[in-house]
Ligand binder design. Structure first.
Ligand SMILES: CC(C)(COP(=O)(O)OP(=O)(O)OC[C@H]1O[C@@H](n2cnc3c(N)ncnc32)[C@H](O)[C@@H]1OP(=O)(O)O)[C@@H](O)C(=O)NCCC(=O)NCCS
Length: 172
């Protein structure tokens, strides 16, 4: 549905759920991201059905080289204030650091600003997720703030960073 230089973003289908289960139970993928609970097909199907009907969520499957490699989406869409949160993960670790994350973000920012008429797109990221932060900075996300010791994971507290892009910044 949406084409980048490397990735293709398309709707998530029920047949994709086994891939999501594999990825959202992978400790490397989850090191600084998402849930800390085990996910099975019942939970995935419930997520799939609720997000497919939700009005404040738009999710995509990420494809690279004809393969499903991850997922991304807008959540907490707020039409009155023209804002949304963005989230993404490349579940297939073999294709990390090839530029897919940045390409996905660029496609989503174009779609969010040019088609969905967002004014502001924001995200949350663990302060130690250096790969993700580097990718976000490269595509133009600006640091907005830090919630100190907001997340308990791996037996210690982690800071959570907030970043955003405004439409006028993206246009430049
Ligand atoms: C974070 C994630 C989405 C990034 O996607 P990706 O396709 O691997 O990222 P890209 O290749 O587009 O960009 C990564 C950049 O970080 C750099 N990088 C890699 N490891 C790094 C590190 N430890 N410190 C700083 N930069 C790092 C890469 O060299 C690359 O930069 P470059 O383009 O200047 O060479 C992906 O790795 C992922 O899904 N990780 C697990 C889940 C996750 O953390 N999601 C984000 C939640 S906020």
């Amino acid at each position: 549905m949406l084409l980048g230089k490397l990735v293709r973003l398309r709707p998530v289908e029920r047949e994709d759920l086994p891939n999501y289960i594999q990825w959202v139970n992978d400790p490397d993928v989850l090191a600084y991201f998402g849930s800390y609970l085990p996910y099975n097909m019942v939970k995935e199907e419930s997520w799939f059905e609720s997000m497919s009907l939700a009005k404040d969520v738009i999710n995509f499957a990420i494809e690279y080289d004809g393969r499903h490699v991850g997922g991304c989406g807008f959540l907490n869409i707020d039409h009155r204030n023209q804002s949304a949160e963005i989230g993404l993960f490349i579940g297939d670790k073999s294709v990390w650091d090839k530029g897919l994350g940045q390409d996905t973000l660029r496609v989503m920012l174009d779609y969010g600003f040019d088609h969905l008429n967002f004014h502001r797109i924001h995200l949350r990221v663990f302060a130690e997720n250096a790969r993700a932060i580097h990718a976000y900075e490269k595509v133009g996300f600006v640091h907005e703030g830090r919630f100190r010791e907001a997340i308990w994971r791996h037996g210690r507290w982690h800071d959570m960073l907030f970043m955003s892009v405004l439409r006028r910044e993206w246009r430049q």
